[in-house]
Design a protein around this ligand. Sequence first.
Ligand code: HSE
Length: 339
Amino acid sequence: MEIRLALIGFGGVNRAFAEILRDRGPDLAAKGHHFKICAVCDQRFGEVVVQGGVDLCRLTETTSDPGAFASLVGGGTSCDVFSILARSGADVAVEATYSNRVDGEPALSHCRAALELGMHVVTTNKGPVGFAGHELTAIAAKHNRSFRFEGTVMSGTPVIRLANQCLAGNPITGFRGVLNGTANYVLGRIEDGLSMSASIAEAQALGYAEANPDADLKGWDVALKVTILANMVMGGSLVPENVACAGIDELTEDKIRNAIHEGLRWKLVGEANRSPDGTIIASVSPQLLPTDDPLYGVSGAANAVTFHTELLSAVTVSGPGAGKVETAYAILSDLLSLK
Ligand code: HSE
């Protein structure tokens, strides 16, 4: 069965996803998975709508110049997300635009609109899930559709489905993890002797950092991920500001290097635990870890999270936490999981 996609946003992640489909489309088709991109829009590049399917080679060759989509068949320079969604005829909206840290907009409205139009929504955007994950899931259910967001936590490393499907029936009482690739990469490079600013520049060049790297360094990105896990895996109802938050910007280069000489490492740790009264207490903070801590060895842009469960005790998953291709893979895995 063919699944028609509308890509909302064509930054690094959705571009990498289009490249995955371009390169692996035939293999996926041979396994019965036929994906067709029939619409793409981006505030910078414009829009392209082709009911029969956008030419993926031409799409992925477009430059990063403003209005670049005008050169494509079916392309133009305007970009009205809501109009594109309505005209696309897509089965799934793949949302990878931008969300602010106040209310998750504009991505939240894009997700809501696509679901109300009766589409499935796959997003790698943390804002909509952190601010309105339960609401969006309910709208999807009302229309007998799915709202999927595997890429919002630890990029393509399976975390959300691992918790909700593989650990189904095994209540999660808490979790603790290294959940930001940029902060972890920066800590490691400072340990190597680089300055904080040079380390951040490297993380930006590698495509790990948020548009505003303060989100990575001040812990806001982890607070959003902790909110997503607390709500969508543990059934909580937190908003990001409920998460007590401190970031690695509170550390100095000397403090980070001195720790290594004492056999310790600073890590930015996000955690949440269910209290006896049922409420969930969540926080993000730099923590000084000894060698026997399971998070001590998580290096570079890798992430790891340990779920504390009633029937299996601790279950840990580790893998890439950031990166364009790694996050784009989460989109593919979400699409393959749609019923
Ligand atoms: N800036 C984020 C990180 C991207 O470094 O982890 C992935 O969510």
